[in-house]
Ligand binder design. Structure first.
Ligand code: NDP
Length: 337
């Protein structure tokens, strides 16, 4: 079969493309410009005509994906902005929502053989940082949408991003509901929290890294987190290679259709990562010391359940040592310590 991967040059997407090709699928990636296709052609040149790239310069334009979806059996939609620099929330919400609805509209028109659409959503669409307890796929982050409605530009940067992901995922499920009598495909959404792991996408300098890996790089290599941040910041994480396995299985497993899946290895605090990294004793790499062991007594407010991903997708998730080691080796090779 042939799979369309939108935003194919992104941190996560390049791994998704690679795993699809390895599994024997043909892949058509979309990127915003010719220049962004170059690195991909180099990376996947050995797959010959099993890999191709098409340009979709503006995913918010109606019909943007009309050509790209032709002849496609499955879609992995990953293109969406992930950064915390938006002033106007629409800088994030427009491409997130219009990109998602747009690719589905094009599919409805031009992809008669389509069987499955996978939308890369986020744990940002499951909960907002103040929610607590064990969270699963039934949870939705309504609060950040409300925050944007009430505060607009004055909402927090995190709320703007989180609202964009929630609104985009909701729009995808809504589209399926509205068009259920016209479509022969079903929808799967994947919800990872912070994604770390080795980078194989094109990155000009450490400064240009994608948001999640850059944060890791700055914390571990540049020691930017204050003691207060180390004591208070916590979250959940997953390795990019597990996220890409999730994408592969999401199109392979018939029974995945119609479901959302949280993909995570579990919780972290910066102290946990410091201890893991320092324990690896990689020459030339020293994370801050902090208070070794203190991460163990952090009470994690939110714990995401991965029961669905384990049961339906058969997922297992990587440990911190493996992820940290491979992330650091990759960062050190590319950008120095
Ligand atoms: P990247 O920034 O590396 O990838 C983002 C991709 O989306 C790129 O291909 C980028 O293209 C494209 N994109 C961004 N903005 C636009 C836009 N306005 N119009 C068209 N394309 C756009 O980050 P990730 O790989 O981490 O992110 C990929 C997806 O994963 C996003 O949907 C993100 O929300 C989601 N996600 C990421 C997490 C993480 O921790 N990394 C956690 C949970 C979800 P270009 O290079 O041309 O800008």
């Amino acid at each position: 079969g042939k799979v369309l991967v939108s935003g194919a040059n992104g941190f996560i997407a390049v791994w998704v493309v690679q795993d699809l090709l390895k599994a024997g699928y043909s892949v058509r990636g979309t990127v915003r410009s010719e220049a962004k296709a170059k690195h991909l052609h180099k990376l996947f040149g050995s797959y010959g005509d099993k890999f191709e790239c098409v340009i979709v310069s503006d995913i918010t334009k109606p019909g943007a994906f009309d050509e790209a979806v032709k002849g496609i059996d499955a879609i992995e939609h990953t293109a969406s902005p992930f950064h915390f620099n938006a002033e106007d929330p629409n800088e994030l919400i427009e491409p997130a929502v219009k990109g998602t609805v747009g690719i589905l509209e094009s599919a409805l028109k031009n992809a008669p053989d389509l069987k499955r659409v996978v939308v890369l959503s986020s744990c940002a669409a499951i909960s907002n940082p103040t929610d607590s307890g064990i969270l699963d796929e039934k949870n939705w982050n309504e609060d950040n949408i409300k925050e944007i409605e009430e505060k607009g530009k004055d909402a927090t940067a995190v709320a703007k991003y989180r609202a964009s992901k929630t609104l985009a995922e909701k729009a995808a499920w809504e589209f399926v509901k509205t068009h259920k009598h016209e479509i022969r495909w079903d929808l799967v959404t994947l919800c990872p929290p912070f994604v770390y792991g080795p980078t194989i996408h094109e990155v000009a300098s450490a400064d240009e890294l994608n948001t999640s890996v850059k944060d890791f790089y700055l914390a571990i290599f540049k020691h930017v987190k204050t003691p207060e941040q180390v004591a208070t910041i916590q979250g959940s994480w997953v390795d990019v290679r597990d996220v890409s396995q999730g994408h592969l299985r999401a199109i392979q497993k018939e029974e995945a259709g119609g479901h959302r899946f949280i993909l995570t290895s579990g919780n972290w605090s910066w102290q946990d990562w410091y201890d893991v990294v320092n324990g690896l004793k990689i020459p030339g790499v020293a994370a801050p010391t902090g208070t070794p062991g203190a991460g163990k007594s952090v009470q994690h407010k939110q714990v995401y359940s991965t029961k669905a991903a384990q049961t339906v997708l058969g997922m297992t998730f990587m440990d911190k040592e493996t992820c940290a080691k491979d992330t650091i080796v990759s960062l050190k090779e590319r950008f120095g310590a």
